[in-house]
Design a protein around this ligand. Structure first.
Ligand code: GTP
Ligand code: MG
Length: 211
């Protein structure tokens, strides 16, 4: 699958204000600073589409981007949404802000009709973190399909990354019978892009068959 174009559409403070749910949608979520915005930019081949920052908490709203893709030259062009969500687990926010975030995200994840899959980002540099495992268990309760993307793999050796992946899978196995798909990525080194494109291509196809 090739990306033809990607453009910023709108930033919404809540679900009701999101654009019409008229095409497949993929949202990126994970801890603050894990690399969500960077990974979206890597996916669509644009350096500055989603705003990135060294300071956690940069992304605050539900940000929609319209992406146009094509499987090959003969196939029809397809339009879908990518959503950049604010990160969780950011220490420097008030209780009220945290509650606001949780409500916005819960409403979005539970009720966004065209949400096909969540990409849950986990930092490849760390052993399993409670905030990530807690969030994953919540997704299980909500019965939301998701894929785990390990980020910033360029910052560690392959050996350390695969050790963290194994630890993460072992931690999930204590709760889950079946483990979700998992892709190791680096926005810096453009690692994991083909796998990510393929996953989206497959889900786009399933979405169109459902309609
Ligand atoms: P919030 O919107 O604040 O939740 O952050 P985010 O998850 O969108 O992270 P963002 O993409 O803004 O990246 C955070 C920092 O990590 C930035 O300084 C990026 O340059 C850096 N970063 C992101 N991805 C990678 C990567 O694959 N490799 C390396 N080395 N750095 C990365
Ligand atoms: Mg961001």
């Amino acid at each position: 699958m090739n990306i033809i174009s990607a453009t910023y559409l709108i930033s919404s403070p809540k679900l009701d204000l999101c654009p019409a749910a008229d095409r497949p949608e993929y949202a990126f979520i994970g801890r603050s600073n894990v690399g969500k915005s960077s990974l979206i930019n890597m996916l669509v081949n644009q350096r500055h589409l989603a705003k990135t920052s060294g300071t956690p908490g940069k992304t605050q709203l539900i940000n929609h981007f319209t992406v146009e893709s094509q499987r090959n030259e003969k196939s029809p062009k397809l339009s879908w949404y990518v959503v950049d969500l604010p990160g969780y687990g950011f220490a420097k926010v008030s209780q009220a802000q945290r509650a606001g975030w949780e409500k916005m995200i819960r409403e979005y994840i539970l009720h966004r009709e065209n949400l096909v899959n969540l990409f849950l980002l986990v930092d490849a540099r760390h052993s399993p973190q409670k905030a990530d495992l807690d969030f994953i268990n919540k997704l299980g309760e909500w019965k939301v399909p998701f894929t785990i993307l390990f980020t910033k793999a360029d910052k560690e050796t392959q050996k350390v990354v695969s050790q963290h992946v194994k630890e993460f899978q072992a931690a999930m196995k204590t709760v889950w019978v079946e483990l979700p798909d998992l892709i190791v990525t680096s926005a810096e080194k453009r690692l994991g892009r083909p796998q990510l494109l393929e996953a989206i291509d497959r889900m786009n196809e399933a979405f169109s068959k459902d309609q």
